[in-house]
Design a binder for this molecule. Structure first.
Ligand code: NDP
Length: 458
């Protein structure tokens, strides 16, 4: 973090009446207040014709449904609330906001609003003076392809310096994802083998057992590649594949992550299999002839000295047999061993719902015979109430001005550049049965490495 960075002295959130505020932001605010990490004015902005009491009531309702209300903490949080009502396109809304900011000199503006509204809000923040010394937090999607991402970044940079822009990819705020770099760089035994000489392939599966949960209209604009591959999955790839960062300057980690993203070979259609679960087209808000994918399987290559020739496979999907995100790093077969590559030598990282690190190995089977059997050496961490939810962690970091856990402009654009050639209808979409592992065509991608890995037991 820049040593000159100062903590934000007000938190403004646009989209106070929205779904994200309801599900994530109010719970994060209560968690911050509980830990004594929130003591600045919290100004909700909305266009719903509310007053301050209605904002408080909405926050209370949100907490009842998402994590529970701690009444003593809530009283403190409610006392910090302010509310500004108005149309985001009207200058008067920002005049009222400026007034509500009072003496605050370094506000943080959280844009929990649809991306189509970002430009107009950013422009008005600048015109009203609300952007002076301010930071801005954005939610994905950061564009819907490379060109629109570049356009969005140009709009943001016309008002905010990159160091004041915090693009939330909540995967970067997950403890289990941060653990990937801790495990890699805090354990000496890994470095000699973490490369093309010893690693055969890498697989990342993000499986969801549920469908679009009433968000069909939103999903129609996205699809699996835009929704979770371009951002969450490629951030995981960057943490698995990056070079060790140096402690001598703060941007080093993001520099190393971005170098990986820039080294991704742009995808070709034959490296992608898209699927759509049967029944998707009957969801509310979904076109009857939709070709949007709810499943994607991809084969990626990183053109770098360390990873040349090592395939990285990504598989994401809805209505799959389970909900779990897991990474499998498979090592090459030991010389003369007759076992299949996926069978034994691997590292397994469960990223959610729980956190697991497992090392697959062979040991001698008990008994007289000198034969081996597979086993796992495993660490399991169940979620604990001391854990920070990603939104609490990220909001706290943004208020401190630390950009480390946020997506940077060049990384976002490099990730779009990798997936751009296969967006939309560049490849056919295959129907799959809910509860299956997606269309059978996906199996062809991983045939050479023994097939897809199914996330293992806890
Ligand atoms: P919503 O559709 O619920 O809208 C958020 C807010 O924006 C609401 O307060 C809404 O006001 C306001 N709004 C919507 N359209 C307009 C408009 N044309 N002009 C002015 N205000 C408008 O969005 P979400 O809360 O779901 O999402 C907010 C952001 O977070 C988006 O960028 C989304 O992609 C991202 N996101 C959301 C997730 C989620 O689970 N919801 C997950 C990850 C990211 P009103 O209530 O009056 O309509």
């Amino acid at each position: 973090m820049n040593s000159q960075a100062q903590r934000s002295d007000a938190l403004v959130f646009f989209g106070a009446s929205g779904d994200l505020a309801y599900k994530k932001i109010f719970p994060a605010l209560q968690a911050m207040a509980r830990r004594g990490r929130l003591d600045v004015p919290v100004i909700g902005v909305g266009r719903s014709g509310w007053n301050l009491e209605q904002l408080r009531a909405r926050a209370h309702d949100s907490l009842q449904k998402h994590g529970g209300v701690d009444e003593a903490v809530f009283a403190k949080l409610a006392a910090l609330f302010h509310y500004v009502d108005g149309d985001y396109r009207e200058a008067s809304t920002y005049v009222a906001l400026r007034k509500e900011l009072g003496d605050a000199k370094r506000p943080l503006h959280y844009l929990a609003i649809p991306p189509s509204v970002f430009p107009v809000v950013v422009e008005h923040l600048a015109q009203s003076g609300c952007s002076n010394n301010a930071r801005v937090v954005l939610e994905k999607p950061f564009g819907r392809d490379l060109a629109s991402a570049q356009q969005l970044n140009a709009t943001l940079h016309s008002v905010f310096d990159e160091s004041a822009i915090f693009r939330i990819d909540h995967y970067l705020g997950k403890g289990s994802v941060q653990n990937l770099s801790i495990f890699r760089f805090a354990n000496t035994f890994l470095e000699p083998i973490w490369n093309r000489h010893y690693i055969d392939s890498v697989q990342i599966t993000m499986a969801e057992s549920f469908g679009v949960q009433g968000r069909g209209a939103f999903y129609e604009e996205a699809g699996a590649i835009r929704d979770v591959v371009q951002n969450h999955m490629l951030q995981v790839v960057s943490l698995l594949a990056m070079e060790p960062p140096t402690a001598s300057y703060h941007e080093s980690t993001r520099d190393e992550q971005v170098k990986v993203l820039r080294a991704l070979r742009p995808l070709r259609p034959e490296q992608v299999v898209r699927g759509q679960f049967a029944g998707y087209r009957s969801e509310v808000g979904v076109a009857p002839n939709s070709t949007v994918e709810t499943f994607a399987a991809l084969q990626l290559y990183i053109d770098s000295w360390r990873w040349d020739g090592v395939p990285f496979y990504i598989r994401v999907g809805k209505c799959l047999p389970m909900t779990a995100t897991e990474v499998l790093v498979t090592l090459k077969r030991p010389p003369m061993a007759q076992t299949s590559p996926c069978d034994t030598n691997y590292f397994r990282f469960r990223l959610s719902p729980d956190m697991i690190i497992a090392v697959g190995a062979r040991i001698k089977r008990p008994g007289d015979e000198l034969v081996s059997e597979p086993t796992e050496l495993k660490v399991v961490q169940q979620p604990s109430c001391d854990d920070l939810d990603p939104y609490e962690r990220l909001l706290g970091e943004a208020m401190l001005g630390d950009t480390l856990l946020f997506a940077r402009q060049d990384g976002v654009e490099a990730a779009w550049a990798a997936v751009d050639p296969v967006l939309g209808d560049a490849t056919p979409v295959h129907t799959y049965e809910p509860g299956s592992w997606g269309p059978p065509q996906a199996a062809e991608l991983t045939a050479a490495v023994g097939g897809w890995h199914e996330p293992g037991p806890c």
